[in-house]
Every structure is written in C-alpha cells, then in structure tokens.
Write a protein that binds this ligand. Structure first.
Ligand code: G4P
Length: 529
C-alpha cells in the first residue's frame, strides 16, 4: 500500500460523553467488531477514572494502564481506526480538551433518558471550535427514553447544529422494537435475546411490508412509526455530506450499546461519512496529510508516577507523511534534532514498539522532559511549526505555597514542570514572585494530584488555600492598563508565566460588569498560545 492509501484509510476520532452515558460500553463494542478484543469488559479506563485519587495514583504507577486507555487502534473493513479516549469522569481535566485537538472527528454519546448533560456541553463547545464532523449516538434505547423528536430539538437548539437521524427508534424500554434505517427504508428489529449478546444479526423488513411489520413490531408500533417517519421526512434536515464534514450537521444514530443494538450500522455509516486525516494549519505554508514529509504535534504528556525516574510519555498526533523509527527528526521548540527510538503504539490492551506510523496515527514516546504541549516534530529538511494548542479556562483556583522556605527551588521546579505537562495552569499576581502561585485546574482532582506529586516527586510539602473564583478570562487587548480597569472588588488581576494578563471572577455577573464598565475590553475564554 502506498503512502496515500495508508493515510486515506485512517480514521482518528474521539468519543465524548457525560459520565455513564455509555462511552466505555460503546468503545468496547467497537473494539469487539474490530477484533481488537475478544470479550466485553476488557476496556480499562473506566475503573481508573471513577474513584478516589489514591486509586488513580496506584493505577498510574503501573504505567501502561492509563496509557492503554488513551488511544486504541484497530482495523475494520480495510480501515485503520484510532479511538482517542477522553476521560469523562471525576478526573476530567484540560487533558480531555486537548485530546480533541488530535481527533479528526468526534462521536458524542448521549443517554436517551437524560439528553444533553453538562460534560457533553463543555466538550461540545471545544469540538465545535474546530469545525470537525460530530456524530451523535443516542444510547440506552432499551431503557425508557425521552421522545426522539425532543432529543433532536435539544441538540439543535442548544448546540446550534442541524441533525440528521440516520435511523429512527421504534419505541423504547420494554417496548423497544428496533430501528428504522432511513436510507434503506427498512426496519431492523430488536429482540429480547439481544440483551447481553455481542455480535447478532438483526431481522430486516421493508417499511412497506405492512403485514410482516405487524408481525414483527405489532400494528400499534407500526402505525406510530409510519406517522413519525412521515413527519421526519418532511421536517428534518436533508442529508448533506459537506455539512457533516464541517460539523454543521450531525448524523444521529439511535441504539443500545450494552445490548449491541445499532452499533455495527453506526460504525459502518460513521466510517463512510467521516473524513480521513485532515490538513492541519502550521504557522506558515500548508501541511497536507499525504505529504512525503513527516510532521506531528504533541497533544498530551503523561507523567510517570515512578519517583525514581521522572520520565514521561509524550503523545504525538502525526499530521503528515510517514513516521520511521530511529530516523532523525527535528524538534522545533527545542531547536534540536532527535531520534525517537522507542515509539509506542497501542492496540487495545497491549502496547508495542512501532517501526512506522502514518498521518492520523498517534505515537507515544518516552520523554526525558524536553517536550511541551503543542510542540512540533518534523523533518530536519522541511521545517514546519504548528499553531499552539489553545489553553482552556480552568474553573477552580487555589493558592499553593511551600511550607518550608528551604524547598523553594524544588517547589518552583515541580510546579513549572507539572504545568509544562499541562496538568495545571499557573498564574501569579503581578509583581510577585514564585513564593505563592495561583493554580488553576479544570477538575478539582488535579489539585490533589499536584499535592501528591510535589510531595512524592519533588519532596515538597505545600499548603493550599482554595479561592472562590470560578471564571477566568484572557484580556485580548494588546495595550491596556489593567490596573486602571473598573472592576468589582472581588475580581482579581493575574498573569500567566508568559506575561499574559488575565482576570479571574467569582461570577458571570462580574464578567458582565467588567465588559459593561470598560468600553472596548476584550475578554476571551481560551488562549491561543
Ligand atoms: P461511561 O463510560 O460513559 O461512563 O459509561 P459506561 O459505558 O461505563 O456505562 C455506564 C452504565 O450504563 C453501565 O452500567 C453500563 O452497563 C450502562 N449502559 C451502557 N450502555 C447501555 C445501554 O445501551 N443500555 C443500558 N440499559 N445500559 C447501558 P453500570 O451498572 O454503571 O456498570 P456496569 O456494572 O454494568 O459496568
């Protein structure tokens, strides 16, 4: 297979959901189809994500587990599929957002009884920024569900996107009879014996075959379905692949991941509708995936919790060309050439060294501390530099101070290194040093992780005082005298370590106040560099 064919058969996507909507279950079913795992229950990550910090730490120590749950690659029907896992649980962090930067499309899993939930909302916002295809899997139809029209309406109103149901549910809960495939004009029936089974063929029946339909789903359900389909055909958006590819129209699938109903049709349609690796924008020029020249950017750094070796695993998304093990490449930000001799790729629950990988793939490399999030690695002779990964607004803040002033150096080093990995963001009040650092995180668990790591890896005890702020905004105006802004007394001016000015607020009301009272003030909720 030539380079172009290899790249064109790749599909790299992230699955997002609010906890418990069924992301792990769906991922697992997809892996089963790909033959990457043999039995349900093999996908790790859920157990790692759910519980207390201590569990998480323990698991992190056995390096590999959380890495395994980060990226999974498998083959299906000639496609090479990379699934990026986005933790949706308590340990929800900025990491989740950044993973979305490495995906070419996103699958959003929604619980049919609950509709859109807070975590889905947050993740959607980031996805929408990138104009990448978004697919919706409405899950748990084998349980009581909301009216499907209502669910579509919620997606359209809240997210401002069009919806195109690829199939339509026939009933729900104990009355779930199956789905209607809008393209083939056929129904696929769901049987009680689907529950708990893995690969099962559903019975298919043409929508015009009234007699057979009545036998399969009963007259009542059949009449209901015909009415709903008529309504749907008349009122729903037309299918438009271009709109799908730019994220303006989301194909919607109804199903039940647990009972494996609707997963395979979903996978097949998804693979056809979504895109192969897309071109990425470097600061100058253009990088197309099929280019002969290798390029990649760092989107995730995972610290090893092993105290003795502070090595880390850095994940790169390959944007163009072919990666070859041991070849000399160039690290743009470090201004150095390097050889990556132990690149890892992940196949469901095992890791292996790869000799080559292609645009669309993710590779993990051991990192002695040279990479930062957003860095570019490319050919020595064809240098490119990708735009940085946006920094997202943390929602929890605390002042962190070292207890023992003799440990100042280690404290600064630790905090800086952990921030470099992207696990936390650090700020300080203007004109103060590093004695007191304001730490911002997306999920509160990160505070505990920070304290644990400072103690274990840097031997520094810290004090933490939580702050009441919840919102942060980057000041977008270049020349502005922040000290002269008219702000509420509980709004704080801070700077990040690149010298950018930010404001932290206790409420949205205070943000609006700042905007109202200071004409021309630009406040942004993420930062591009
Ligand atoms: P998450 O990764 O999005 O957090 O969700 P996960 O797949 O872990 O699913 C959350 C719970 O919902 C699990 O039950 C899972 O079995 C159930 N579930 C997932 N898909 C479906 C579905 O299509 N139908 C039904 N009825 N349930 C579904 P649990 O009891 O919390 O966990 P477990 O003990 O079954 O693992």
């Amino acid at each position: 297979m030539d380079l172009k064919q290899e790249i064109n058969r790749r599909r790299t996507f992230a699955i997002i959901s609010h906890p418990d909507a069924g992301k792990t279950t769906l991922t697992e079913k997809l892996l089963l189809y790909g033959g990457a795992i043999q039995t349900a229950g093999s996908v790790k990550g859920k157990a790692t994500a759910k519980h207390a910090v201590s569990d998480w730490m323990e698991l992190e120590k056995q390096r590999g587990i959380s890495i395994t749950s980060s990226v999974m690659q498998f083959e299906y029907d000639g496609y090479c599929i990379n699934i990026l896992d986005t933790p949706g649980h308590q340990d929800f962090s900025e990491d989740t957002y950044r993973t979305l930067m490495a995906a070419d499309s996103v699958v959003m899993v929604i619980d049919a009884a609950k509709g859109i939930e807070p975590q889905t909302r947050k993740l959607f916002k980031v996805t929408a920024m990138r104009n990448i295809p978004i697919f919706t899997f409405i899950n748990k139809l084998d349980r009581d569900a909301r009216d499907p029209f209502e669910l579509l309406d919620q997606l359209e109103k809240e997210f401002g996107i069009g919806t195109y149901p690829v199939n339509w549910p026939i009933g729900c809960g104990v009355d779930f009879k199956g789905v209607f495939d809008r393209d083939r004009r056929q129904i696929m029936t769901f049987n009680e014996f689907h529950r708990g089974q893995d690969k099962l063929q559903a019975i298919e029946c043409d929508i015009t075959d009234t007699q057979k339909l009545d036998e399969l789903i009963g007259e009542y359900s059949r009449r209901d379905l015909v009415d709903q389909i008529e309504l749907l055909d008349g009122a729903s958006f037309d299918f438009d692949i271009d709109q799908v590819r730019c994220g303006k129209l989301t194909p919607v699938f109804f199903g039940s991941a647990l009972t494996n109903f609707g997963v395979e049709p979903f996978l097949e349609n998804f693979l056809k509708m979504t895109t192969a690796p897309r071109a990425r924008n470097p600061k100058e020029g253009e990088v197309i995936p099929e280019s002969e020249n290798f390029s990649a950017f760092v989107f995730k750094i995972q610290a090893n919790m092993n105290k003795a070796h502070r090595d880390r695993m850095t994940f790169m998304r390959i944007c163009s060309g072919k990666f070859e093990r041991d070849k000399e490449y160039y690290h743009v930000q470090g201004k150095k050439s390097l050889r990556l001799s132990q690149p890892q790729q992940l196949m469901a629950d095992s890791r292996q060294i790869v000799n080559e990988a292609y645009a669309g793939d993710i590779i993990g490399v051991f990192d002695p501390g040279i990479f930062s999030i957003g860095d570019t690695v490319c050919e020595v002779k064809h240098k490119v530099e990708f735009e940085g990964i946006p920094t997202f607004a943390p929602e929890h803040f605390a002042i962190i101070e070292h207890k023992d002033s003799l440990k100042r150096k280690q404290f600064v080093k630790g905090v800086e290194q952990i921030a470099q990995e992207g696990a936390i963001q650090i700020f300080h009040e203007p004109n103060t040093g590093m004695e007191r650092v304001i730490v911002g995180v997306v999920g509160v668990l990160q505070f505990e992780v920070l304290e644990h790591r400072l103690k274990n890896e840097y031997n520094v005890d810290v004090m933490r005082s939580n702050l009441p702020y919840q919102f942060i905004r980057w000041i977008g105006n270049e020349d502005i005298d922040v000290a002269k802004l008219n702000l509420t007394s509980d709004t704080k001016w801070v700077q990040d370590f690149k010298g950018n000015n930010l404001l932290i607020f206790t409420s949205e009301w205070n943000i609006n106040w700042a905007l109202d009272k200071n004409e021309g003030l630009i406040l942004e909720d993420f930062n591009k560099n």
